[in-house]
Design a protein around this ligand. Structure first.
Ligand code: 8YV
Length: 315
């Protein structure tokens, strides 16, 4: 039987590339030097797009594929997929929730600990001889027992809050409405009020037009000069200009960030700050989780072409 033609938007680990090419006729968009020409040539054959959370599928890409039936996202975030364009043509969309939840929550908490206790600088203190020359590493603030806010108590935010319980933290969260499964934690509707009562503010919201810049100047100022912002969601949830200004002038204490506008080409102003922890969008980046993500991408595609229910449909 003829293999369905799919457009692969970005690279996957080797262990995904082999089975993907066994099951499908794969057109590698990211390898094309002239992407517009490539799309014009292969687009008419493409029945599915296999993409990644941060790469998505634009309206132009979708419209270049008149036979497109399904978009399968390697990642939980589907904000970079033009859902309106998909809805207009009845194109299905899938993502890879659950399999990555715990890893993303783990990295968020690890970033909080690492930045709060100054572990990157402390390793330099050992390696550059400062410990021997200057003595004790400068004292930092503790984490346990302090106040944490979780902005967005979905799957990932819930797992972050669960982990913070282990540090005896005073936990509150903000979401559209109180969550029945979170009665043990204080619900604070307003993100500004949540920031005001937090020392650590985790941004774990699914990104959308409605959440764009939800963490703006007001929230950042409310978190304050002793506060830490941790973003493991999408850069679009934060007003990055306001964040940079606050970090540069001390209005915000520090920030631990796994996502950036224009990534991997992040704003160079981040690189000269000493009150940030910068990570390369790798919160879901473990072998086990990335294998599970890749498998789910393929399983959704296989289900679609077999006429069976999709495993993790978004649309
Ligand atoms: C990326 C993510 O998709 O799950 C998401 O939405 O942002 C990440 O897991 C992953 O880095 C693959 O590119």
């Amino acid at each position: 039987m003829r293999k369905p033609h799919i457009l692969q938007v970005g690279p996957y680990p080797e262990w995904d590339e082999v089975p993907l090419n066994e099951a499908f006729a794969v057109h590698r968009y990211f390898d094309a030097s002239d992407k517009a020409r490539f799309l014009a040539e292969v687009g008419p054959q493409v029945r599915a797009i296999a993409t990644r959370g941060e790469l998505g599928a634009s309206r132009a890409m979708i419209e270049a594929c008149p036979a497109l039936e399904v978009v399968s996202v390697y990642g939980v975030g589907f904000d970079a997929v033009d859902l309106v364009a998909c809805r207009e043509r009845g194109i299905r969309v899938t993502n890879t929730p659950d399999v990555l939840t715990n890893d993303v929550a783990d990295l968020g908490v690890a970033m909080m600990l690492c930045l709060s206790r100054g572990m990157i600088g402390a390793e330099s203190w050992v390696k550059d001889g400062s410990w021997a020359k200057k003595g004790l590493y400068p004292l930092r603030r503790r984490v346990w027992g302090r106040r944490a806010g979780v902005l967005g108590l979905g799957r990932i935010g819930y797992e972050v809050a669960k982990r913070l319980k282990g540090f005896d933290m005073d936990i509150a969260y903000s979401d559209i409405a109180p969550k029945p499964y979170a009665a043990e934690w204080q619900f604070v509707a307003d993100p500004v009020a949540l920031a005001e009562r937090s020392d650590f503010l985790f941004v774990t919201l699914a990104a959308s037009a409605a959440t764009r810049h939800i963490v703006g100047r007001e929230v950042i100022t409310a978190l304050g000069g002793e506060g830490m912002l941790i973003n493991i969601s999408r850069a679009s949830n934060i007003d990055e200009e306001a964040l940079l200004e606050a970090l540069e002038n001390g209005t915000l204490g520090c920030a631990a960030l796994d996502v950036f506008e224009g990534e991997p080409a992040l704003n160079p102003r981040f690189l000269s700050l000493d009150n940030v922890l910068l990570q390369p969008h790798h919160a879901s980046g473990t072998v086990e989780t990335r294998k599970a993500m890749g498998q789910l991408v393929r399983d959704n595609l296989a289900a679609h072409f077999a006429g069976e229910p999709l495993l993790t449909p978004v649309l």
